[in-house]
Ligand binder design. Structure first.
Ligand code: CMC
Length: 429
């Protein structure tokens, strides 16, 4: 067996030997196929990158057919069960689990970078009362680049590390303040006596009490949700971070692009859309009508389907369990019954079965977030906080990867050519 592909170009009759490595062929090798010296080489047309590998990565492994997700080789189920979000963040960024000393130093660094410059507070207060918190997060994380101009020195390892720590530390502060802005409540400063997730909850919900201490079970559930969202290989927002980062801009600007991508309803905004659908369905009796509308192509069943998972999303299974834990503290969410029934009906329906459409991470996460009393606009902010270490681990990998270049896809031009321009004064005469 030879690891190569023999391609015969029927336009010229010529044969090419294209090497296969790691289950891929190089697009540049395909570019060598041409009809004559003058014509452009053959290119690959792949809208949405459905079958194109854009990088080598050692961060996250997914087997979509088997429903497997691993960070740096560790199964997501084990990390969700026995690790913490900051340990997982360390694992993603550094590539290995920390020793006790490394972990303590990491937690200390993150904890003592949670504050932001006072001017950040002022410009966040400048947003309108109804500003979407994702728009505020995107703007404020991008703005951090102006507070740390050194961040542009992306070739310097120490500078890179400092920005990574700052970003993981400050995202909850920015996210919580975006939430408080919508509520017209004073911004709460970080409490460095609290752990990462407990501190986030304090910045969200503290009022006049001396100290805000959230129920430990809720802290654990949110920490698990952050772990589940921490990375997901080359998804839309990570691709945005890598694509923008490939111009060698600072990491705050690259991550702001990731937040923008995550904002969209087909990516991180899906859990908000799930909740809206569940509310609209209203009761179990209305599910068959809703399913019929989906099958007729009127709308999608949000929280179902995935580009990569053609089996149950392993994160959805863990989230379903976390939802039950949260409801023990907060009381059940009446929409849960509709969601469970919807899932049951869809998983037995040939439309969904034949297309391998299973619940994804967003199907149950919205229900949990609502139990925390987060408004739907905040759901994607929570996703963004969780995804930040993943974006940064991928950005770091990009910066250190000698094979990477500035991202610049080709196009198939479909417009006019060589028209003759008539000045407006003549066209409108
Ligand atoms: N409801 C109904 N039909 C669907 C759905 C859905 N949620 N998802 C896919 N389909 C159908 C689609 O109409 C198509 O059918 P046909 O072959 O008859 O045209 C087929 O399944 C394949 O769909 P696709 O759009 O080609 O698949 P994709 O890989 O491009 O899209 C997706 C993936 C996640 C955008 C899509 O499944 C979807 O829109 N799901 C709903 C939104 C959602 O839940 N997004 C969250 C994704 S998980 C969080 C994250 O990682 O970002």
């Amino acid at each position: 067996m030879t690891d190569s592909l023999t391609v015969r170009d029927n336009r010229t009759g010529q044969e090419y030997d294209v090497p296969i490595a790691d289950g891929t062929i190089k697009a540049a090798d395909i570019g060598k196929i041409r009809t004559d010296e003058e014509s452009p080489g053959l290119a690959v047309y792949d809208p949405g990158f459905v079958n194109t590998a854009s990088c080598r990565s050692a961060v996250t492994y997914i087997d979509g057919d088997k429903g497997i997700l691993e960070y740096r080789g560790y199964p997501i189920e084990q990390l969700a069960e026995s690790s913490s979000f900051l340990e997982v963040a360390y694992l993603l960024v550094h590539g290995a689990l920390p020793t006790k000393a490394e972990y303590d130093a990491w937690v200390h660094e993150i904890t003592f970078h949670t504050f932001v410059h006072e001017n950040v507070k002022e410009f966040m207060q400048g947003f309108r009362y109804d500003a979407h918190p994702m728009g505020m997060l995107m703007a404020s994380v991008g703005a951090l680049s102006t507070f740390y101009p050194d961040a542009g020195k992306i070739k310097d390892a120490e500078t890179r590390h400092l920005q990574i720590v700052r970003m993981i530390a400050k995202m909850p502060t920015l996210g919580a303040w975006a939430f408080r802005n919508a509520q017209g409540k004073p911004f709460v400063y970080p409490d460095n006596d609290l752990g990462y997730t407990a501190n986030f909850l304090s910045m969200l919900f503290k009022m006049s009490e001396q100290k805000y201490e959230a129920d430990e079970r809720l802290v654990k559930a949110l920490d698990v949700l952050f772990i589940l969202h921490a990375d997901h290989e080359q998804n839309c927002s990570t691709n945005a971070v890598r694509s923008v980062g490939s111009s060698q801009v600072d990491p705050y600007s690259a991550v702001a692009a990731g937040v923008g991508a995550l904002y969209g309803p087909l990516h991180g905004g899906a859990n908000e859309a799930v909740l809206k659908s569940l509310k609209r369905i209203g009761s179990k009796e209305n599910i068959p009508d809703f399913i019929k509308g989906v099958k007729d192509g009127n709308e999608r069943l949000m929280g179902f389907g995935h580009r990569v998972y053609k089996n149950y999303d392993p994160r959805a299974r863990i989230i379903k369990k976390a939802a039950m834990d949260v409801f023990e503290v907060t009381g059940t969410n009446p929409l849960l019954d509709i969601a469970l029934e919807l899932e049951k009906i869809a998983l037995e329906d040939d439309y969904f079965v034949s297309r391998k459409l299973y619940p994804n991470v967003d199907f149950y996460s919205g229900l949990i977030y609502e139990a925390f009393q987060f408004p739907p606009e905040m759901f994607t902010v929570l996703f963004a906080i969780g995804r930040t270490p993943g974006w940064l681990a991928q950005w770091l990998e990009l910066v250190e990867d000698k094979e990477q270049k500035i991202a610049r896809p080709k196009q198939i031009y479909t417009g006019d050519r060589e028209l003759t321009f008539t000045p407006a004064s003549e066209r409108w005469a």
